[in-house]
Write a protein that binds this ligand. Structure first.
Ligand SMILES: CC(C)(COP(=O)(O)OP(=O)(O)OC[C@H]1O[C@@H](n2cnc3c(N)ncnc32)[C@H](O)[C@@H]1OP(=O)(O)O)[C@@H](O)C(=O)NCCC(=O)NCCS
Length: 277
């Protein structure tokens, strides 16, 4: 079972007293200190929101006897103080105004991991999409680049990417931007599911779509890692609103790409569960 929850931070009004009250719920102390360390209150609020939502959800599913911990590569996971049925993995992402949380319950016979990523479609500062893509696209696979730029190529077969904002219509620009962030969030959701974060070379994960479908949000993305088709993985992307895009990845915990420390942490709960004896 996959559960997704989100909150719009701008609609979450907490004054300083409430904020400190809520912060006092956060456990362990390292998490509290991490949340307090953010320079800007908005970042700390996003991180606190993610933490509180996942705590509440885990509590409602399994009761309050657990502790939130981190793997060696920093992926948060849940350490239960008593055996649970099956396996529980979760993931958090925050961007723009939104914090999103995914919780996945899977069986012992087929344990799974989950990753979620949200991105804000508004580019920082005065960066144009053309400049942004010139910086970002070289690290994408040539087929991914082609797929991302498809609407632009259709409209302007001979133009350069740097001219994107000068010559393309708003609709084409928006389309290209969405395609870019679909690829980006898919890659991020995968590296977050396997728990490796920045330790996984992103260029190794290549996403392909059915080229006949105009709206790639309707397609089932296919992942290739170093040319190997990852058939056991499932991905879904969607627009939450006009400014936020999310992708979710679900795959087998015993996949060779999953971080060893994540497997060990999840296996802690597998080994302790009643059915494993
Ligand atoms: C973990 C990582 C993926 C964070 O990505 P991000 O987009 O900056 O941030 P998000 O808001 O999506 O996720 C942050 C949350 O991920 C979780 N997280 C941290 N490390 C993680 C890991 N190794 N695996 C899975 N989840 C992790 C945490 O819950 C964190 O929030 P918290 O610290 O408030 O609890 C990090 O490895 C990273 O910075 N990657 C950037 C790599 C890059 O260049 N991507 C370009 C894509 S083309």
């Amino acid at each position: 079972m996959l559960w997704l929850g989100f909150i719009r931070v701008s609609e979450w009004n907490v004054d300083d007293v409430e904020y400190l009250d809520l912060l006092s719920i956060v456990d362990p102390i390292e998490e509290k200190q991490r949340i307090q360390k953010y320079k800007f209150r908005i970042d700390s609020k996003r991180s606190l929101a993610g933490h509180l939502i996942i705590r509440q959800k885990i509590k409602s599913e399994y009761g309050g006897n657990f502790k939130l911990c981190r793997t060696k590569e920093n992926k948060p996971f849940c350490k239960f103080k008593q055996p649970i049925e099956g396996v529980c993995d979760f993931n958090i992402s925050h961007a723009g105004d939104v914090v999103i949380v995914a919780l996945l319950k899977s069986s012992l016979s087929s344990p799974k991991v989950v990753g979620v990523d949200i991105e804000h479609l508004i580019l920082r500062g005065n960066t144009s999409l053309g400049e942004f893509l010139n910086d970002m696209l070289p690290s994408f696979d040539p087929e991914e680049q082609k797929c991302i730029l498809q609407p632009y190529r259709d409209a302007h077969p001979k133009a350069l990417v740097t001219q994107l904002t000068l010559t393309a219509s708003d609709e084409v620009v928006q389309n290209v931007k969405i395609r870019f962030f679909i690829h980006w969030t898919l890659k991020e959701s995968f590296i977050k599911a396997i728990g490796k974060g920045v330790y996984f070379p992103l260029e190794q994960a290549v996403f392909k779509f059915d080229s006949n479908e105009e709206n790639i949000l309707n397609c089932r993305p296919q992942l290739y890692v170093e040319n190997k088709h990852m058939l056991n993985w499932e991905f879904k992307s969607c627009l939450l609103d006009n400014e936020h895009i999310i992708s979710v990845a679900v795959g087998p915990a015993n996949d060779e790409n999953v971080s060893e420390s994540l497997i060990n942490c999840l296996c802690g709960s597998i080994a302790e569960s009643p059915n494993s004896h």
